[in-house]
Structures are given as structure tokens and as C-alpha cells.
Design a protein around this ligand. Structure first.
Ligand code: BTN
Length: 330
């Protein structure tokens, strides 16, 4: 059955077909067999959802912001005013984590978002492929009062916030591969890179940068083949994705700060455990120093310090931290 478009979607389509050009209200009304008042209502509703639509007398309407681009003004407007955040967005950066560090002397918390990254980084020095149009890349610089040893909590808070944000924004259930990867079915669709800065002599870090990268839409052909095998995407590009990047970012930040303010009570942990896709799975534990060493274990849980609890084949148990594991397929 053919999809029924709402007036709002039809107006948006006309504006998208005329990138950066003005289309008169009368022309849109005539094309859609609607009144000028109906068009105005649709424009108002699109603006309320975050689209930047310019209107000029005798010229008409022009869609200014990119379809599903980041709109920092909208993000700022949608978040509580009392958040200690400064907002910056860029078309292209090396890595939003690096740009966040460059702003570190501003002392407040900072949100940096970009449409693409030329040097997106993941854990253990891996590349995080960050092309324009298909993903959302942002970093939060925060000043949490937690000891260095508990920085993993921040990664877990970010992972749980991301799962909840995807659920709120799209109704899609994702899962967490300890400690920082988000999966949709068997494919990784998002990752988190937490970097802690400061002097170990101090009680708390000076600041922490939490970088989040989400593959929202399918990549183009340019994707390196090893990434192609493992990486997935959240949704196909359809008309239902109005404003999605902004929504994902807003919902993430709301959950993140709520969990952060309750970090002593670890309110993120139940959800983090529930969303874990490793508990009960048999995994290989990778050893950075001896990459050829093969160790296998059953994952039995995640403890209160966010460590991965495992039982090895010889029945010895361990609580892992800072390790990388992969699920063994039979
Ligand atoms: C991983 O998969 O190991 C973590 C990936 C984290 C990617 C995000 S994208 C925004 C921020 N900037 C970066 O360079 N990395 C993080």
C-alpha cells in the first residue's frame, strides 16, 4: 500500500526538492490543493520540530537547515535551562573529543556536535568511521566529582543513556556489549569513547570527555570491508526521520545528566545490566599484550563496579576491567 503523507510531510518534501531556494506559499498551496492558512500551519509545526524555515515577504519559504542536520539552537531550547552546558556545532572536525578538549579552559560543561569527522576515534586507538549524512557524532565535556578509578561508571551511564535515547526517539530496542558498544541485533550501531584528564594527585579528574558516535543510516559504498562486516545502522532513510539527530542528542543528554546526578546511588546499573547482551554468553577474552593468547569464559554478570564477571573453563572466576571480549559463535 502506498504511504499516506501528512500535509506537513508534503510541505517538507516540496521545500526539500528546492534546496536553498524560496518557494512561494501560493505555489505550495496550489500544488497541494490546500489553503495558504493550511500551509502556514504546516510550516509552524515543522519549525516547532526543529526545522529552520526562513520566510520572506513576496518570496515565500526556504528550508535553511539540512534535512536531519544538527540544529544546536533547537537542542539548546529543548534542554533544561539549568544544565551547565555550552553548545557548539561544526560541519566537519577531526574528532569532537579533540575539539571538546580545546574548549576545556571554558570551565563549564560543553556539548560539541559535528556532521562528520575526519579522524573519529574509538577505544584502543581504532578508527571510528564518521562520514557526513549517515551518523551523529558528539562529545560532552563534563566535570564529575568521582575518583579516577570510577571513570568506567561514566561509560556505562553513557551506554545506558544511549539505549534509552534510541528507545525514546525511535522505539527501537538496542543492547549493550560491555563496556561501550551499542548493538542492534548482531551489528554494532554505536560506540562511546570516554577520556579522563587531570592529575592523579588530585582527588577528582579535571574533566572527562564522553564521545558518542551513532551510525543512524546505512553507509555508502565507501565503507572499508572489515567495518562492513561488523557495523550496522539504526534505520533506512525515510520520511519518518525528521529531526532525528537532534532528538537522539536531546534524549541522550536528559538521561545522561539524570544518571550522573545519581551516580552515588548507581541508578544506571539495573538498566545497564538488563540491556547487556553478554550475560550468559561464552566469550573470548582478548589480551592486548599477547594478542595470540586464547582465553575463553562464560559471562555470569556485571558487578557493582561495572566489571564483567566471568567463569573460565577451569572454573576460576574473575572480574574484568579494561578488557575487550568477543562472543564465540559455534
Ligand atoms: C568505539 O567504538 O570504540 C567508540 C567510538 C566513539 C566514537 C565517537 S564519535 C564522537 C567522538 N569523537 C571521536 O573521535 N570518537 C567519539
Amino acid at each position: 500500500m502506498e504511504k499516506e503523507f501528512s500535509t506537513r510531510e508534503k510541505v517538507l518534501n516540496i521545500l526539500k526538492q528546492n534546496p536553498n531556494a524560496f518557494v512561494s506559499g501560493q505555489e505550495i498551496a496550489d500544488t497541494l490543493f490546500l489553503t495558504r492558512a493550511g500551509i502556514w500551519k504546516a510550516i509552524k509545526s515543522l519549525r516547532e520540530s526543529g526545522f529552520t524555515i526562513e520566510s520572506v515577504t513576496n518570496k515565500g519559504y526556504r528550508l535553511v537547515c539540512d534535512y536531519d542536520g544538527i540544529n544546536m539552537d533547537f537542542i539548546k531550547k529543548s534542554l533544561p535551562e539549568n544544565l551547565p552546558l555550552k553548545y557548539y556545532s561544526y560541519e566537519e572536525v577531526t574528532s569532537t573529543n579533540d575539539i571538546a578538549r580545546e574548549h576545556a579552559n571554558e570551565k563549564s560543561d560543553i556539548l560539541i556536535a559535528a556532521d562528520s569527522q575526519t579522524n573519529g576515534r574509538g577505544r584502543k586507538g581504532r578508527i571510528f568511521f564518521s562520514p557526513k549524512d549517515t551518523g551523529l557524532y558528539f562529545s560532552l565535556l563534563i566535570h564529575p566529582e568521582i575518583p579516577f578509578s570510577k571513570a568506567t561508571y561514566i561509560t556505562c551511564i553513557a551506554a545506558e543513556s544511549l539505549v534509552l535515547s534510541i528507545q525514546d526517539s525511535l522505539g527501537i530496542e538496542t543492547s549493550i556489549k560491555w563496556v561501550n558498544d551499542i548493538f542492534l541485533k548482531e551489528k554494532k550501531i554505536a560506540g562511546i569513547l570516554t577520556e579522563t584528564f587531570g592529575s592523579l594527585e588530585e582527588e577528582f579528574p579535571e574533566y572527562v570527555v564522553v564521545g558518542v558516535g551513532i551510525n543512524i543510516y546505512p553507509f555508502g559504498e565507501e565503507l572499508p570491508s572489515d567495518i562492513k562486516k561488523r557495523a550496522g545502522f539504526l534505520i533506512k532513510k525515510t520520511d519518518n526521520t525528521d529531526n532525528l539527530k537532534n532528538l537522539l542528542c536531546i534524549n541522550f543528554i536528559k538521561h545522561f545528566y539524570a544518571f550522573l546526578s545519581e551516580i552515588d546511588r548507581k541508578t544506571f546499573l539495573d538498566g545497564y545490566r538488563r540491556h547487556s547482551n553478554l550475560i550468559g554468553r561464552y566469550v573470548r577474552i582478548h589480551n592486548d599484550k599477547k594478542p595470540s593468547k586464547k582465553e575463553y569464559a562464560l559471562v555470569t554478570g556485571i558487578d557493582d563496579e561495572c566489571r564483567l564477571l566471568v567463569t573460565y573453563d577451569d572454573k576460576k572466576t574473575a572480574a574484568l576491567t579494561g578488557k575487550e571480549v568477543s562472543v564465540v559463535k559455534y
